[in-house]
Each structure stands twice: as C-alpha cells, then as structure tokens.
Design a binder for this molecule. Structure first.
Ligand SMILES: N[C@@H](Cc1c[nH]cn1)C(=O)NCC(=O)O
Length: 464
C-alpha cells in the first residue's frame, strides 16, 4: 500500500487524545468557579468545600504510579478511555446526588479518571512522533489542557447558572462520553495496533494497517548510541511475583541519574502555580490583598494565558537547546522564587505591577515542568515509560499537595484560618512555606544534573 509522505493519522490520534486531556482538565477544575453553587447545592461550609480539591488531588497523586505501571501492561489507549469513563460516571454522580458523602465519592472518581489521562497521552507521543518533534507536541498538549482550564472557569459557571446544577454536570458527563466514543474509534497505542473499537470486534481496518509514525522506525530508548546499560537489561529466569517486579523496576529506574533529575525538575517547577490555581489564589487575592472577587478571577485567567504562551515558546526552545533544557527550567524556577519572595517580603501591600508580575511569572512553572518529561524520555527505555512518567508526575503533585496543606496549617496556627480572619501578613508567612521546597528542589536538580552529565560521559551517550 502506498504510504503518505506526511501521514495525518499521528496528528489525528494526538488531537483526539489531547481533547480527552482538555476534558479531563475541565472535569478537574469544574468546581473552581462553582464554589458558592456547590455550597448551595450540598448545604456545606467552606471548609468542607475545600476538601473536594484536596481529595481529588490526593487520589490523582496516589494513582500516578499504579496507572503508569498499568499503561506499560495494558496500553495507553485502554487507560485513557478507562479514565474518561470514570470521569463520566463521577460527573453523573455529581449531577444527581445531594448527599455530600456521595459528592466526595464523585470527586474520587473524577480524580481517579483524571489520574489516567495525562500520562497516557504522554505515553502515546513517542510512538507517533519523531524525537525532535516531541518537546513541541508535549507543550501543545499542555497548552490544550490549559484551554480546558479556561473553559472550566467563567464559561462553565455561566452554563451552570443558566442550565442549573444537574443539567450543567450532566452536560459535562455527556461531553466526556462523546470524546470517549471518539477516542475508542480513533486512538491507537502505536502504528499497526488497532483502535479500541477494532480490538473489540477483532478486525483491523485499512487505516490501522497503513499507519506510520512521523518518526519513521524508532528503536526503543531515546539516547543516541544505545548499547543498553546492563542494569536495564531484564534478567531472564523464573518469573517474579508482581510486587517484587515492581520494586526491582523502581530500583532500576531510580538508579538512573537522568530519571532522578527528571523527578526533581518536576518537583520544583509547577507546585507554586498549582497551589495558587487549585486553592489558595482566590483567598489570597481577595482576603489578603483586598481585591474584589471579579478582579481576582480576571487575574487568575491571566495565569492561564501566560502558561499557554510559555508553552508555545518553550517547546521549540527545549527542542533546539536540548543540552541546556534543564538550565531553562532552572532559570524559570529562579524567576518564580524571586517574584514570590518580592511579594512575601514587600513592606505593606504589594503594588499592582508586582502582583501582575507574579501572575505572569508563576504559571511558567507548568510548561517548564514538561521539560521533566523530555529529560525522562532521554533516559528511560520505552517499555518502562508509563511507570517512569507516573513516577515523575507524582513529584510536582506531591509537592503541590504538601504545600496546600502546609499553607492551611500555617494560616490556622496564626489564627487566620477562615475567610473573615484572613490577613495579608498571615498569607505572607503561610506562602513562605514554599521556600524550603524550592531550595530542596534546586539543590537536588544541581546535584542530579552533575551526576547525569557524569553518567552520560561514562556511558558514551549523547542526548537527542
Ligand atoms: N505541568 C503540567 C502540565 C502543564 C503544561 N502547561 C501547563 N501545565 C502537568 O504536569 N500536568 C499533568 C496533568 O495531569 O495535567
């Protein structure tokens, strides 16, 4: 069969997978602008409301490694579609119940489905694209996810206010179901493997048979001159129990300095933005700075735009300057630290220009964290990628969860734990809990960067 010179299928597979990711982000942030509506619907106070994103984030982070392991076993498509179905069920429950305990169960389902999405999409990319395209396509994936974040703020609030709570959330579930069906018809784990629908009926169509990756034939592993390092060669022998296999895989991965470097890059860059967007941004801007909620909402949208713009720039930059990509990440982290420190230590109320600078610089950490997955790809054999991606993606979300908790704790310790008691000084002290996380992350990046360089030289490897 003739093969198209520039096959479209990789872009169609990626576009559909990215649409599933955008819907996952809409589901993830669907309560962000609906706080008062949720309080009304379930009759709950602000503290109970705040547990919703916490539970969701906890489930998301806790499932990253198990989901990664499953991706390596059952494939990215099955996990992506399974995750989407979980979110459809979760949002349907959210639409139809009035009991807060069932609403929490709904958020657990949404968090679990969300946990399956991003790393599955990341696992598909190296199967369909050339190595040099991967940074750009990864950043575009993040950017499409950010578009989902934009939808989940004002448009979703408007939709729910017009259609009502039940119809609003059923609408989200219906959109989820539509993209799941589309995914079952379009997404393939790799060229030559059937869609979910084809595998169900046991027939492979012409499009699948003719499918080609944009990377041509890509051997496993992404490091040039790849005599496999002996510690990565599976030892043949009696099959080991699953738990033992898991730990030995984890140990073998963590022995690679490049994997540890990826972990710390992801740990250090995105948590400030996550903490701000997921929970503490609005309370800080309204209760600490004294903005009205509409102005705070506008500023929060600025963070999404800044992150989308950075995604467009960082993809080509990290693809072009592959040897310096970790320094690019570190530069962004240092800019975030400096901007946050200026806000924390500013005498009196920080001026508007400084707040705008914070809301433009801080979200750069999201796209910068995608560099972690580039580093990871350069150091992980393809058969471990799901597991390794889950492991690295845990880093930023664990840091986010810890910082969210610590900020709440420090506010409580100062007697400023509820909206009527919030004050700028209490928020300054509370946000300072981020500083040790940045210090730890930066020190570990510097250490692992040196070790990775030495490892590459000793093994005669060159990045690509
Ligand atoms: N760093 C984010 C992705 C991102 C890209 N641009 C802005 N944010 C990340 O790790 N995402 C994981 C997820 O599940 O969304």
């Amino acid at each position: 069969m003739p093969t198209a010179r520039r096959p479209l299928l990789p872009w169609i597979v990626w576009g559909t997978a990215a649409a599933l990711y955008a819907v996952a982000i809409i589901n993830r942030s669907s309560l962000a602008a609906l706080g008062p509506a949720a309080q009304d619907h379930f009759g709950i106070d602000a503290t109970t409301l705040a547990t919703f994103p916490m539970i969701q984030l906890f489930v998301y982070a806790a499932l990253q490694i198990p989901v990664g392991v499953l991706i390596d076993r059952v494939g990215a498509t099955a996990m992506l579609l399974g995750g989407s179905v979980l979110m459809v069920v979760g949002q349907t429950v959210m639409a139809t119940v009035f009991d807060v305990r069932l609403a929490i169960l709904a958020r657990v389902l949404v968090g679990a489905g969300d946990a399956c999405t991003f790393i599955s999409v990341m696992r598909l990319l190296p199967e369909w694209f050339a190595v040099r395209q991967l940074p750009v396509v990864s950043q575009l994936t993040g950017l499409i996810g950010q578009a989902g974040q934009l939808v989940s703020v004002a448009p979703l609030a408007l939709f729910v206010s017009l259609a009502g709570w039940t119809n609003g959330f059923l609408g989200l579930a219906a959109i989820g179901l539509l993209v799941t069906i589309l995914g079952a018809l379009v997404i393939r784990d790799r060229p030559g493997v059937g869609t979910f629908a084809e595998r169900m009926i046991g027939r492979t169509g012409k499009i699948t048979r003719n499918a080609r990756s944009l990377g041509g034939f890509q051997p496993t592993g992404t490091v040039e001159i790849a005599p496999p390092s002996t510690e990565m060669i599976p030892v043949m022998g009696a099959p080991r129990p699953r738990a033992l296999r898991f730990w030995s895989q984890a140990r073998r991965l963590l022995r690679l300095p490049g994997v540890r470097l990826a972990y710390w890059v992801h740990f250090t860059s995105p948590f400030a933005a996550n903490v701000f967007l997921l929970l503490w941004g609005t309370p800080f801007l309204v209760g600490g700075i004294g903005l009205d909620p509409a102005a705070a909402g506008g500023l929060l949208s600025l963070t999404v735009l800044s992150s989308m713009f950075a995604g467009l720039v960082l993809g080509p930059v990290s693809s072009r300057f592959i040897e310096r990509r970790v320094w690019v990440n570190l530069g962004i982290v240092i800019a975030i630290v400096l901007t946050w420190c200026a806000v924390i230590f500013w005498p009196g109320t920080p001026p508007t220009w400084l707040l705008i600078a914070l809301l433009v610089v801080m979200p750069l950490g999201g796209p910068a964290s995608m560099i972690a997955f580039e580093v990871l790809r350069s150091h992980t054999p393809r058969s471990f990628t799901g597991f390794a991606t889950g492991l690295v993606n845990t880093a930023g979300f664990t840091a986010s969860l810890l910082v969210i908790l610590l900020i709440g704790l420090v506010l409580d310790m100062q007697g400023a734990g509820s909206p009527e008691l919030y004050s700028l000084d209490a928020f300054r002290v509370a946000f300072a809990v981020q500083i040790p996380f940045w210090v730890l992350g930066i020190v570990m990046i510097l250490i692992e960067q040196r070790r990775t360089g030495r490892w590459m030289r000793e093994h005669g490897r060159r990045l690509r």
